[in-house]
Design a binder for this molecule. Structure first.
Ligand SMILES: [Zn+2]
Length: 391
């Protein structure tokens, strides 16, 4: 089975699923450049769950994991009672970003490349990111990055011509903000260069940016400026606090599911560190907090998910992201960082056992897929119980 998939391949896989099991619904909305934010459902039970992937497009494994999970349901390899649950899948929260980053991947790793070659490129990418992380620490080096050099032929032209407006936007961003060569491989933002998770009214960056501060990213991304629209971390396009169309659509969708149904919770997938985030003590500093009842169950549910997946628990310290907003305002929502290795978008697709390597480095891809599939199956009944007990 092919591990690394591009946007078109993921769309093909989705359209091949049994549509009597996984039903395609109307999109929850459209991005600025007109891309549908797709919505699929499984089951028609009373209790509703939302599962999303790809907020940060460079965290490509999160899209692939959500889609492969849908495939397992479609092929009846796993079972969730469709008379009890309705599961809403949003496999591409950020379709523009996913098109950008997977087009960049295709400048080096072709569709038909043999899997052993793909695997060694993923390893090379991982190692190059590690080297640059070390150089950043040891030599305060913020020059050109090895992992960006691997993808130096990925400029806006790597997108297919059918993405004309998106290409124009990238061309504009590269010229206006002098983005580093090869940085499309690091693209986490949407096509306007806005990071959807940072794109909230309470972003702690807004004051710093309007004060003229230049904020750099860290380690192997420390040549990227987060305070300008670009690959990573920028909270708004032009007007401070302006909300992107993807986030508006996602928030309205959560609101609708929560208002019209028995909404028991959601799972948001990212991919850096093998962590499960839960809410903690949010009354004091959380700008969206109404009560602390969700927080208590968040921890309980986070523990179930984390022990099933073998991940670590981590409490939310900053309430400055779109995910924190969703997690505060709606029933139990866990944010899961898939896999222990970093270096997105490629390291999470490594799937081998090198002699002498540590546990975190063995069969990275297979472990992400199996551990998190099991963790969802373990967490859903507990989520339902928490809901029925009125939190
Ligand atoms: Zn992320």
């Amino acid at each position: 089975m092919k591990r690394l998939l591009d946007y078109d391949e993921m769309q093909e896989l989705l359209s091949s699923l049994d549509n009597s099991i996984i039903e395609k619904q109307n999109p929850i909305g459209y991005s600025t450049f007109g891309y549908a934010i797709d919505h699929y459902t499984y089951g028609n039970g009373k209790y509703h769950v939302i599962i999303t992937g790809g907020t940060h497009s460079s965290e490509l494994i999160s899209n692939v994991f959500v889609i492969r999970f849908m495939e397992k349901l479609s092929k009846k390899e796993i079972f969730i009672d469709p008379k009890i649950y309705t599961i809403h899948f949003i496999p591409f929260v950020n379709p523009e970003g996913t098109i950008i980053v997977t087009s960049a991947i295709r400048t080096l790793i072709s569709k038909d490349m043999p899997e052993d070659a793909v695997q060694t490129y993923c390893l090379a990418y991982y190692r190059n990111c590690q080297i640059e992380g070390d150089y950043a620490i040891n030599y305060k080096d913020n020059s050109i990055k090895l992992q960006q050099m691997m993808f130096r032929h990925a400029d806006y032209n790597c997108l297919d011509d059918k993405h004309k407006a998106l290409k124009e936007s990238l061309k504009f961003l590269f010229q206006k903000y002098d983005l580093p060569e090869g940085c499309l491989i690091n693209w986490s933002s949407n096509g306007r260069g806005v990071d959807l998770n940072s794109n909230v009214e309470s972003s702690n960056f807004i004051d710093r940016i309007t004060n003229g501060e230049k904020i750099y990213d860290k380690l192997h991304l420390n040549n990227i400026i987060r305070s300008n629209p670009g690959p990573v971390g920028c909270p708004y396009y032009e007007i401070p606090g302006e909300i992107e169309k993807e986030n508006e659509a996602l928030f309205n969708f959560y609101n609708k599911i929560n208002t019209e149904n028995d909404f028991i919770g959601s799972l948001i997938y990212h991919s850096c560190g093998g962590l499960v985030y839960y809410l903690d003590g949010h009354n004091k500093i959380n700008p969206w907090a109404k009560n602390d009842s969700y927080a208590k169950n968040d921890l309980k549910l986070a523990k179930i998910y984390a022990s099933s997946a073998g991940y670590k628990l981590i409490s939310e310290k900053l309430y400055t992201t779109m995910d924190a907003k969703i997690r505060t305002l709606f029933p139990i929502t866990l944010l899961i960082e898939l896999g222990r290795v970093r270096a997105t978008p490629l390291a999470q697709f490594m799937d081998f056992d090198l002699p002498g390597s540590g546990e975190d480095f063995k069969y990275v891809y297979t472990k992400i897929m199996t551990h998190n599939t099991n963790a969802i199956l373990d967490t859903l009944p507990a989520m339902l119980e928490a809901y029925k007990n009125k939190f």
